[in-house]
Design a protein around this ligand. Structure first.
Ligand SMILES: C[S@@+](CC[C@H](N)C(=O)[O-])C[C@H]1O[C@@H](n2cnc3c(N)ncnc32)[C@H](O)[C@@H]1O
Length: 666
């Protein structure tokens, strides 16, 4: 073969890789290497193809060859680093990322990638300050770098200072302005800084409502994060009361802006704050007033400032679609009542109308008949889980490369660029968005019992421009009727709500293609002891699950000091789900749930013939490192009996086990 042929093969291999055909890319690069064993580009492409196929070991050998032959190519170092990181050789990986960074000084996108990867390597080593610097460097080189934005925010979210830190506050504001970030990662750090800055733990607070909208961190926090901080919740509850009881002519523009931000937050938490009689009466007065000026005196032009003020204040307590005059508000031209009210009209009125239209046209597999499924579905019809507004960005990655990076011992299936994916129990669609962005070429089927949840999911995926999803109402128990099998199934937080989760396991195993993989999330018995204690109390006292009951129960827990009557339950406030109505209902008031442990998981897997691959999230949490030390004889970390014993001595590992398993190839 002559040089020109090799160049053609290189071009073809590169194109195959770009099209996700890693098998063809591998074959072509092997042909190049057979002709010119030292060809560094051929070695590099072979490494990339193998990395995409999840074989980091073989990929590393090829990258090493490429780097040895041509040590001045930043990409070679960069990708060698990725393979080494997959193999757990973090220091070596960091070394190659540094080389890539210095070699790519005239190519900012590559340098940014190298800096971001260096950030992740530092993070894996627990060197958070170095990670922060590396992510910042990546964002200086390429402000839109998705990984660097996510990484930076993740580190910032873990930072706490003993006193208020203006520099951390500024960094948090910047983090909340990053388009691709996961704002949920920043929520606790923001709440902590706000608490320190404004002395929120002290009683009584002196911060005026108008000052909140003038505080960049406070306003960004209310707009972008879901509060999950008990001290802040009590402060915000009082703030809402102050706003609704304020004499109307004393509500300044800044105070009204604060009210609008807080109303958005209240919509997101599904009005979970407890209100007293004075507030309830004030809201009823406002409702009457608004309806009278908008409906009952149609000839008299209402003062837009008054409409705007009253509607925003009303939205602190209820969505605007609960007003009799909601259609009039909904038809107001955008901009007529100001941006703050426009946002609330969109969130609390127009979106629900859109969902109703979607709901009416939803595809149904077959009518649901199982009694438990009907009861569970009814719960999520009332409280779709969860309400969300923002989906952090996700970098596309081939399944094999993703699983290869998570589990070095596992040889993942090559599902290509267009895997068939089933999301069983998709709720309001967050996992669907994640899957669709991770696998842009996939054909996704997403099912749930709850039409209201599905309608939310459809609306949000449409808004985000995701079009490769078929949504339908269905019970997992009936999914054989789909007449389809899948490469990937995901069911997180779902099977434990079935009468017998094993029935669900069996159906889903039957829908998995041989060699296919299954991501499951199931409640942990040890991780949910406090939650179980709350559930026992709720059952013993016969507390109902209507929103008013949920709010009263939550206030009881929020007010319980560690030594008080319910002090042993205070730990439940560390769970994010405590902080909204639907999530709290899911957490503490569920009509049907099971909890499990590693040994029981092993039994479920044995009963269905599925094989355990590994837990997700344990590496970052340092759990795998501790396990490796305790069980050096299980380097793959797959012995669930060991995990049972490890959890018994180590203490709870998580409140939900998220793990992957697979169906052996035929
Ligand atoms: C806690 S939510 C989790 C939603 C989503 N997986 C997530 O984590 O955001 C549980 C969802 O599972 C759905 N679900 C429960 N049992 C189901 C069944 N038998 N078939 C289909 N969906 C089910 C519920 O309707 C609900 O939307």
């Amino acid at each position: 073969m002559i040089g020109a042929d090799v160049n053609l093969l290189l071009e073809q291999a590169f194109a195959a890789l770009g099209a996700g055909d890693s098998a063809r890319a591998q074959t072509l690069s092997e042909q190049i290497i057979a002709t010119e064993p030292a060809n560094p580009n051929g070695q590099h492409l072979a490494g990339l193809a193998l990395l995409q196929r999840g074989d980091a070991q073989a990929a590393a050998r090829h990258f090493e060859q490429a780097v040895q032959t041509d040590p001045n190519q930043p990409d070679f170092h960069l990708n060698y680093g990725v393979a080494l990181e997959h193999l757990g050789r973090i220091d070596d990986a960091a070394e190659h990322y540094r080389s890539a960074l210095s070699l790519a000084s005239d190519h900012p996108p590559t340098a940014a990638r190298a800096a971001a990867n260096l950030g992740f390597a530092h993070r894996r080593k627990g060197d958070f300050m170095d990670a922060l610097k590396a992510f910042e460097q990546a964002l200086t080189l390429n402000p839109g770098h998705v990984g660097a934005q996510l990484g930076l925010v993740h580190i910032l979210g873990g930072l706490r200072t003993p006193d208020h830190s203006p520099s951390l506050e500024a960094a948090l504001v910047r983090g909340l302005g990053l388009e691709h970030a996961n704002y949920a990662d920043l929520s606790a750090a923001c709440a902590h800084q706000l608490s320190l800055k404004h002395g929120l733990a002290a009683q009584p607070q002196t911060i005026a409502p108008a000052a909140i909208s003038q505080d960049p961190l406070f306003s960004a926090y209310l707009e972008r994060c879901l509060n999950a901080d008990p001290v802040l919740e009590l402060f915000l509850t009082d703030l809402r009361r102050d706003l609704i009881l304020m004499p109307p002519d004393e509500v300044s523009d800044d105070a009204l802006r604060t009210a609008a931000l807080l109303a958005g937050q209240c919509f997101l938490n599904e009005y979970v704050f407890l209100a007293d009689d004075d507030e309830i009466n004030a809201v009823a007065d406002l409702k009457r007033h608004l309806e009278s000026i908008l409906i009952k005196s149609p000839d008299a032009d209402p003062d837009p400032d008054v409409v705007c003020r009253d509607a925003i204040l009303y939205a602190l307590y209820a969505p605007l679609n609960t007003l009799e005059c909601s259609d009039i508000l909904g038809k107001m031209p955008v901009g007529a009542l100001g941006a703050d009210l426009d946002r609330l009209i969109e969130l609390t009125l127009r979106d629900s109308l859109t969902e109703q239209d979607i709901l009416d046209g939803l595809e149904i597999l077959i009518p649901i008949t199982d009694q438990t499924s009907l009861a569970v579905g009814a719960m999520y019809e009332k409280n779709p889980y969860p309400r969300w507004l923002h989906a952090p960005a996700q970098q596309p990655v081939a399944l094999a490369a993703y699983l290869g990076g998570l589990f070095a011992h596992f040889q993942p299936p090559d599902t290509g660029e267009k895997p068939d994916i089933l999301i069983a129990g998709c709720g309001t669609g967050q996992h669907v968005v994640h899957a669709a962005r991770t696998h842009p070429g996939a054909a996704i089927t997403a099912i749930d019992l709850s039409k209201a949840s599905l309608a939310y999911a459809v609306r949000m995926t449409r808004k985000l421009g995701i079009a490769n999803v078929r949504f339908l109402q269905a019970d997992i128990l009936d999914l054989e009727n789909l007449g389809q099998i899948f490469d990937i199934i995901q069911s997180v937080g779902v099977l434990h709500h079935m009468r017998d989760p094993l029935d669900g396991w069996r159906v889903l195993e039957g829908l998995l293609r041989p060699g296919g993989v299954f991501k499951v999330g199931l409640y942990s018995a040890r991780g949910r002891e406090t939650i179980q204690a709350c559930r026992r109390l709720i059952a013993a006292e016969g507390i109902a699950s209507a929103p008013a009951d949920i709010k009263r129960f939550r206030r009881r827990i929020l007010g319980a000091g560690p030594d008080g009557e319910d002090g042993n339950l205070a730990g439940v406030m560390e769970v994010r789900d405590f902080f909204t109505t639907s999530m709290c209902r899911d957490l503490l008031f569920h009509v049907q749930e099971h909890n499990t442990g590693p040994k029981a998981l092993a039994a479920d897997l044995a009963a269905t013939g599925l094989q355990f691959i590994g837990f997700e999230g344990f590496e970052e949490a340092g759990i795998n490192a501790a396990y490796r030390e305790a069980y050096p004889g299980d380097p793959a970390l797959t012995n669930l009996d060991n995990w049972e014993a490890f959890e018994a001595t180590h203490g709870q590992l998580t409140d939900m086990y998220v793990f992957w398993c697979h169906k052996p190839p035929a």
